[in-house]
Design a protein around this ligand. Structure first.
Ligand code: F6R
Ligand code: MG
Ligand code: MG
Length: 367
């Protein structure tokens, strides 16, 4: 059976700052999504202040009908968020009315359409207080590096490689500026682009036979709104096993707890901490979080989910991430602890420096 899985997420308000949505808000979103004939099944999760609606259906990619279900749910949730006086109510709903799909309206989407395999395991990652480039390093390693993906040397189908679609997230024109590159031939070209996590982001990965196995919500809110309204808190869908990397190979790079852009005021660098699903934000509005759920889908019906980072192994990784977060915070706003001027979510400093610029003088050496 050919199905589409769509994950659509938005921040529409949270308790006590940008920390976590309220129970009533989650209930309102759930109430709005359920009993919708267009979808075969759904699940709702949150990570930090973002709510993700996972849906299965047969309406294809970018379906207006499906995106409207999510848009309406976020609108209905916003009514509750306002009633409760939640902070940032309706924050990610950047436009007043729905038109076609959620692209360009604020919420972010990751979607895949495929013919269900006899068993169809997949993962949904949800990150908060960071940007889509946070997934560059983990997916690069899971699809290219045999240290993380042993299938690259053990399984002939996997060692054939994959096709990466990489988006230029700095592009401000109409449409998406993308490049397609194949592994293993183009791995150094892929590396050259993916190292720049704020400019380039993986948006899709396909097997050589054309089956999609990764979809990342690679958009940039500040490009949509024209101004920088926040980091994009990305989600990603990954089909796993058989010709695709195994679940454990996809999870392996998260043990690095690599440094990503985001954290407090979307303007700092912090380690990406793998957390249990439905975890809130805390220290210095972070650290940047990623949660993951694993499910199977059969005839469009989801199994219950497994919380992939809810395992004793990840406790020591979380402790390491805390230590890395504390360490980089010791240098405050100096050097690499804070993002470059182009990436700051709050631009007060840019105006300050413009003001100071006029006060600079040129001192000439007396001849
Ligand atoms: C970062 C984030 C938070 C806020 C911070 C200040 O993406 O959501 O770190 O930037 O809490 O929020 P405001 O400006 O709303 O007071
Ligand atoms: Mg937020
Ligand atoms: Mg968020």
């Amino acid at each position: 059976m050919k199905i589409t899985i769509s994950a659509i997420k938005a921040d529409i308000g949270s308790i006590g700052g940008h920390l976590s949505p309220s129970r009533k808000l989650i209930e309102a979103v759930t109430e709005s999504v359920k009993n919708n004939n267009a979808i075969l099944d759904y699940r709702i999760f949150y990570t930090g202040d973002d709510i993700t609606i996972l849906m299965s259906h047969q309406k294809g990619l970018n379906s207006s009908e499906i995106h409207k279900i999510a848009w309406d749910a976020f609108q209905n949730g916003t009514v509750v968020a306002k009633e409760q006086g939640l902070y940032g109510a309706g924050q990610d709903l950047l436009k007043d009315s729905f038109s076609g799909n959620v692209k360009g309206l604020g919420p972010a989407a990751a979607e895949m359409e495929f013919e269900e395999r006899p068993a169809e395991p997949f993962l949904l990652f949800m990150a908060d207080k960071t940007s889509p480039g946070a997934y560059n390093l983990p997916f690069y390693l899971s699809f290219i590096d045999p240290f993380h993906n042993s299938g690259l040397i053990l399984v002939p189908e996997i060692s054939q490689g994959y096709r990466f679609v990489i988006m230029d997230m700095g592009f401000k024109g109409e449409g998406d500026r993308v490049i397609e590159l194949e592994t293993p031939n183009n791995i150094y070209d892929i590396a050259c682009l993916l190292r720049d996590t704020e400019r380039f982001g993986i948006s899709e990965i396909y097997s050589k036979s054309g089956d999609q196995c990764v979809s990342v919500s690679t958009t940039r809110l500040h490009n949509i709104a024209g101004v920088y309204t926040g980091k994009d808190d990305p989600i990603a869908l990954v089909r796993v096993q058989k010709n695709f990397p195994a679940t454990g190979e996809i999870l392996s790079p998260y043990s690095i707890s690599h440094y990503v852009a985001g954290f407090m005021r979307g303007s700092h660098i912090g380690p990406l901490m793998p957390v249990k699903v439905n975890t809130m934000v805390s220290y210095f509005d972070g650290p940047p979080l990623v949660s993951g759920v694993a499910l199977c889908v059969q005839n469009g019906k989801f199994t219950e989910h497994i919380d992939v980072f809810d395992h004793p192994f990840w406790d020591s990784i979380r402790a390491k991430a805390s230590a890395k977060a504390e360490e980089i915070r010791r240098q405050g706003f100096f050097g690499n602890a804070m993002l470059g001027m182009d990436e700051l979510e709050y631009t007060g400093i840019v105006k300050k420096i413009e003001g100071l610029n006029n006060k600079f003088i040129i001192k000439q050496e007396k001849k």
